[in-house]
Design a protein around this ligand. Structure first.
Ligand SMILES: [Zn+2]
Ligand SMILES: [Zn+2]
Length: 108
């Protein structure tokens, strides 16, 4: 993954903190917190397996269910509940297709 500093334009380096991964500009010191889809490649010098690829996708943290996508007809989707109206209304159930990313809400 290539990220450039929005202040000075230098290539930013990935640094792993205990709780999160951040990008640091070695030139001006600017930092950025990584969010959503990231791919980190790091070198572990003491082991034979030198390259470790980490992948994190925000969507993968959501539970999945078997449901047909109305757009591509794939049979699995992520789901989550969201409060869309007043607090006294029940939350709405949303789905997002695992294949094409199409999102829709459940009626009824
Ligand atoms: Zn910079
Ligand atoms: Zn789909």
């Amino acid at each position: 993954m290539m990220e450039f500093c929005d202040k000075c334009g230098s290539l930013m380096l990935v640094e792993k903190k205990r709780t999160r991964t951040i990008l640091v500009c070695k030139r001006c010191g600017r930092t950025k917190v990584l969010k959503g889809k990231i791919t980190v490649t790091e070198t572990m010098p003491s082991e034979k397996k030198e390259v470790v690829v980490m992948k994190r996708e925000e969507a993968e943290e959501l539970p999945r269910t078997k449901i047909i996508c109305p757009r591509c007809e794939y049979n699995e989707a992520f789901w989550w509940m969201q409060q869309t109206r007043g607090a006294d209304e029940p939350p709405t159930l949303f789905y997002r297709c695992c294949k094409c990313g199409y999102s829709w809400r459940s009626y009824g």
